[in-house]
Design a protein around this ligand. Structure first.
Ligand SMILES: NC(=O)c1ccc[n+]([C@@H]2O[C@H](COP(=O)([O-])OP(=O)(O)OC[C@H]3O[C@@H](n4cnc5c(N)ncnc54)[C@H](OP(=O)(O)O)[C@@H]3O)[C@@H](O)[C@H]2O)c1
Length: 238
């Protein structure tokens, strides 16, 4: 647990904004009176640019590998939600391997680094945070080996990085919800987005929303030992 958080008035940027969870988060956080910046790789994506009839959202496009083009815009962002992701399902060729890691792991990590670089004043330390949508695939099978590998990799990198991060980095550990990526998901994206926002406001650092009880036991155990191992056998840059 961390400290309770108010989302009202916060400037929140969300990647993967045109996807199912992206849109659900835009809507849920907009209802909580956050100022939304939708980050999308789809220049033709359409968004309801008004929430509750008055609040406007800002839409910005970005390209994989060129995350740094938005470096300056991140200066005034309070919360960055890294939500973009792909699932190559049963593919195991080299292209699928590179694509899975590039989108699910390295692009997410580049965004984290860019955002942490934007924390250069003491007032930012209290105000800023990053949320990373990994998946319960960190500890459970997703029946998609490359999805699991790339999500576990970013999950572990977040565990390592947050040992020294100047601001909170929350993980979103989500179970199956119905979306473009997972048409068989059992939860609704709008319920999951509501639960994410509620648990974040309560101060949870690792936000678990799933129907699978094993995750509530396996994830905290895995996270504790992983974090301890990283703390014991790695050092921050002097
Ligand atoms: N659905 C589930 O059961 C489930 C469970 C646990 C975790 N998750 C995670 O939740 C997040 C959102 O997934 P979703 O289920 O809402 O899927 P989705 O509807 O397919 O949305 C994913 C979004 O990611 C962005 N994206 C796709 N390919 C990309 C690429 N090559 N480069 C950069 N961005 C790309 C796209 O947004 P833009 O076009 O706007 O950039 C896409 O709409 C993902 O990280 C996923 O792994 C999903």
């Amino acid at each position: 647990m961390g400290t309770a958080l108010s989302l009202k008035g916060k400037s929140i940027a969300i990647t993967g904004a045109s996807g199912t969870m992206g849109k659900a988060l835009v809507s849920e956080l907009g209802k909580r009176e956050a100022q939304i910046i939708a980050l999308t790789t789809s220049p033709d994506a359409s968004f309801d640019t008004e929430i509750n009839g008055n609040q406007k959202i800002e839409v910005l496009t970005w390209q994989l590998g060129n995350e740094s083009a938005l470096r300056d815009r991140l200066q005034t962002v309070d919360i960055l939600i890294l939500n973009h992701g792909i699932n190559v399902l049963g593919a195991r060729d080299s292209e699928a391997i590179y694509k899975s890691y590039e989108v699910n792991t390295f692009s997410v990590f580049r965004w984290i680094d860019l955002f942490l670089e934007s924390i250069n004043e003491s007032k930012h330390i209290a105000a800023k945070e990053v949320w990373v949508n990994t998946s319960e695939a960190e500890v459970n099978p997703a029946f998609s080996p490359l999805y699991e590998l790339s999500k576990r990799a970013i999950g572990d990198l977040v565990t390592l990085r947050r040992l020294d991060a100047p601001c909170p980095i929350r993980k979103l550990i989500l179970g199956p919800f119905k979306s473009n990526l997972n048409p068989y998901g059992v939860m609704s994206a709008s319920f999951v987005a509501w639960a994410i926002a509620t648990l974040a406001e309560l101060g949870f650092r690792d936000i678990i929303v799933t129907i699978n009880p094993i995750t509530f036991i396996a994830y905290p155990i895995k996270e504790f030992w992983r974090s301890l191992y990283f703390r014991m056998f790695s050092r921050c840059k002097p």
